[in-house]
Each structure stands twice: as C-alpha cells, then as structure tokens.
Design a protein around this ligand. Structure first.
Ligand SMILES: NC(=O)c1ccc[n+]([C@@H]2O[C@H](COP(=O)([O-])OP(=O)(O)OC[C@H]3O[C@@H](n4cnc5c(N)ncnc54)[C@H](O)[C@@H]3O)[C@@H](O)[C@H]2O)c1
Length: 263
C-alpha cells in the first residue's frame, strides 16, 4: 500500500496502459480519478476498480480542449478534495508516412498528444503548487519520440516534444516539491497497437527488440507505481524506457536475430 491516501488522476484511463496504471495505483491504496474522452469507458473502468475493492471516480474530458480540462480538474478536486498524482496518459496513435500527412491529421495528433498533455499538466501542476504539498507527474511519452520510425512524423514529433516538456517542467517545478518524469513505452499490447500495427510492423518491432516480444500494459504500470512512490523522490526529469531493450540495442546477431555468417 505504497500510495495510501494519495489522489491520482489518470487521463485516458478507460482502457489500455491508462487502465493498467489505474489498477496498479488502486492496488497500492490510491483513490483514482479516471478521466477519458470515452465517458462510458471511464465509468466502466471506475466500476471495475471499485468492484476490486478500490475507490475510484470517473470523469469525461477531452484533453485537447482547455475548458474541458479545467472543468474536469475542478470536478476531480471537488470530488476527491485534492490532487497528488497525475498520470498524463491520454493519447492517439499515428502511422502515416511523412509525405502523406495532411495538416489536419498533424494538428489532431499534436493537439492531443502534446498540447493536451501540456494543458492537463499545467492545470494539475497549478493545483499542486496551490496545495503546497508537492506531487508526482508522470507523462507517458514513447519510444517513437526517440527514434525516427516509419509513419511517426506527427506522433513521434509530439512525443519528442512531450519528453522535452517533461525536462522543463522538472526544472521549474522542483522548487515546489513536484517530481516530473516520463515513461517511454516501447511496443505494448493494447487496442492502440492492435489498430496501428499490422503484421509487418509487428515483425519489424520484434526484430528490433532484444527481448523479442511486445510488452504488457501491466509492465508499464509497475514502472508507474515506482515513479509515483516515495522511493522515487530523487528521480527528476528522467525518461524511464520500458521497452524490452529497444532503445538500448545496436547490432544483434543470434538465433532469433540476423544469422551469424562465418567468413
Ligand atoms: N500501445 C503502445 O504500444 C504505446 C507505445 C508507446 C506509447 N504509448 C502511449 O501510451 C498511452 C496510452 O496508449 P494505449 O496504447 O493504452 O492507447 P489506447 O488507445 O488503448 O488508450 C488511449 C485512451 O486515451 C483516450 N483518449 C484518446 N483521446 C483522448 C482525448 N482527447 N481526451 C481524453 N482521452 C482521450 C482513449 O479514449 C483511450 O481510452 C498513449 O499516450 C500512447 O501514445 C502507447
């Protein structure tokens, strides 16, 4: 129960990585505010957490719209009393080649994955500063923001921006006792991956991942619990990759990789 008496807001918490993090934080004793553009999904997620013995509430939000973000944060604070933890997770995937990316698609992906994350983080950080007891902010970035992958012009650029935003937030919010860190997932088995990754994409990922498998949402959630806990109090402005070694890997030979060729 490392997060007992903590209040945690999780955007995009209706499913996937967000729900897995909500579940893990709830198991550690936190009260959970699930906020999602899918209001029914958020309700169902909160019901599941409550059925498992947790304490959870649901909220509708569109993170790309500032009035919606502010209204939701007010509702969360009115319901839960304060805010200690933000999991800034809501996002949409993108897999369109650079030459074919229309401005509308670019704007949509950036407005949710980068501007939306900024709006939520700013509103929550202001709340934490006002409360005066510090806090934890975890931004969910992506391996796609660190490598130039096919089809990731808009998505990767937005996630790279989020990683830099995290560093600035960490620097500026240190004096308020707020820890700001990133988790950068690699390829994770969620509905987003099911939509965005075809068979060729999956094979390409598995070739590049030393552990030769996709990660599970629960593996991201375990990292989030650590970053939200007091054990991570001196971790600041860091990006924790949870990616099966993808970011680290260079040349790889072996049975499950490129075959060794004798001279
Ligand atoms: N799945 C992966 O392989 C992977 C890899 C790296 C990073 N990520 C990141 O992890 C996060 C979660 O991804 P996931 O795979 O669980 O995705 P998902 O599509 O399964 O879930 C995303 C959730 O965000 C919500 N959402 C979308 N737009 C929103 C908006 N405007 N306002 C509020 N909520 C909104 C959706 O309704 C959904 O519940 C995203 O930020 C994603 O970019 C995922």
């Amino acid at each position: 129960m490392r997060l007992q008496n903590k209040i945690a807001l999780i955007t995009g918490g209706a499913r996937g990585i967000g729900f897995a993090i909500a579940n893990a934080l709830s198991r550690e004793g936190a009260t959970i505010a699930v906020a999602d553009i899918n209001g029914e999904g958020a309700n169902a997620a909160a019901e599941k957490l409550n059925a498992a013995g947790g304490k959870a509430f649901s909220f509708s939000v569109d993170v790309a719209e500032q009035p919606s973000v502010l209204k939701t944060l007010n509702a969360v604070v009115a319901q839960c009393g304060r805010l200690d933890i933000l999991i800034n997770n809501a996002g949409v995937g993108g897999n369109t080649p650079f030459l074919d990316t229309p401005l509308e698609l670019w704007n949509r992906i950036v407005s949710i994955n980068l501007t939306g994350a900024f709006l939520v983080a700013q509103a929550c950080a202001r709340q934490m500063v006002e409360q005066g007891h510090g806090g934890k902010i975890i931004n969910i970035a992506s391996l796609s923001g660190q490598r130039g992958g096919n089809g990731r012009a808009a998505y990767g650029s937005a996630k790279a921006g989020l990683e830099l935003l995290t560093k600035v937030m960490a620097v500026e919010l240190s004096e308020h006792g707020i820890n700001v860190n990133n988790i950068a997932p690699g390829a994770i088995e969620t509905d987003m991956a099911a939509t965005a990754h075809d068979a060729a994409t999956r094979a390409a990922y598995n070739y590049l991942i030393p552990m030769v498998r996709y990660g599970m949402p629960e593996e991201i959630a375990d990292a989030a619990v650590f970053l939200c806990s007091d054990e991570a109090r001196y971790v600041q402005g860091h990006t924790l990759n949870v990616d099966g070694g993808f970011r680290t890997a260079g040349l790889m030979f072996g049975a499950r990789k490129a075959p060794m060729v004798s001279a």
